[in-house]
Design a protein around this ligand. Structure first.
Ligand SMILES: [Fe+2]
Length: 190
């Protein structure tokens, strides 16, 4: 884990219709001849800018928001070769548990409500608890592991961006000796 990669500014993501972002090139004859090299991942700072700017445009996402008493509700808003954007709602008590992002960089912002984030700050700092009121954004590198939860009295809505797009996520339990990996999930679970 590399807490130092966390900027000033996570949650987990998790319907799957992929939609191209406006202004992005689509595959054509030239693209068909292009070498199949993966796009370079966006930086955490760039991902943070994406979610912050989107949070300021609720007309682009607020009509999609749903709430689920079963678990966090989520919907992918956009997907491209190098990143994807998710919208997630959280009722009080809903949480992700500790998880990574399968090597993806990420950022998220609390658009409505308030959340809490737990992460391990290393041997000297131990368990870190951050309160994330509306307007807070977090960004992180590819090794980051955290637990995001709604401990507030009302619902919350968050916007997330990941680069490259999420391909897997591992879950962890926090035990006396630290985080222990317990399971892994892929897009088929999302
Ligand atoms: Fe996360």
């Amino acid at each position: 884990m590399t807490p130092d990669l966390v900027t000033e500014l996570s949650a987990t993501a998790p319907t799957t219709a992929r939609t191209a972002l406006p202004g992005r090139a689509t595959a054509g004859p030239a693209a068909a001849r292009a070498p199949l090299t993966p796009a370079a991942p966006l930086t955490p700072a760039a991902l943070s800018r994406i979610v912050r700017e989107l949070a300021e445009r609720p007309d682009r996402w607020i009509h999609h928001v749903r709430l689920s008493t079963k678990d966090r509700w989520y919907r992918r808003l956009a997907a491209d070769e190098d990143h994807e954007v998710w919208l997630i709602s959280w009722l009080p008590g809903q949480s992700t548990g500790f998880h990574d992002h399968g090597g993806a960089r990420g950022a998220f912002t609390v658009a409505l409500g308030e959340l809490e984030e737990l992460s391990l700050g290393g041997p000297e700092r131990g368990l870190l608890v951050r309160r994330l009121p509306a307007g807070t954004a977090r960004a992180f590198g590819p090794e980051y592991v955290h637990d995001v939860r709604n401990t507030a009295a009302g619902p919350a809505v968050t916007l997330h961006a990941y680069s490259p797009p999420l391909s897997s996520m591992a879950h962890y339990e926090l035990r006396a000796g630290g985080l222990v990996r317990t399971s892994e999930e892929g897009p088929e679970q999302w």
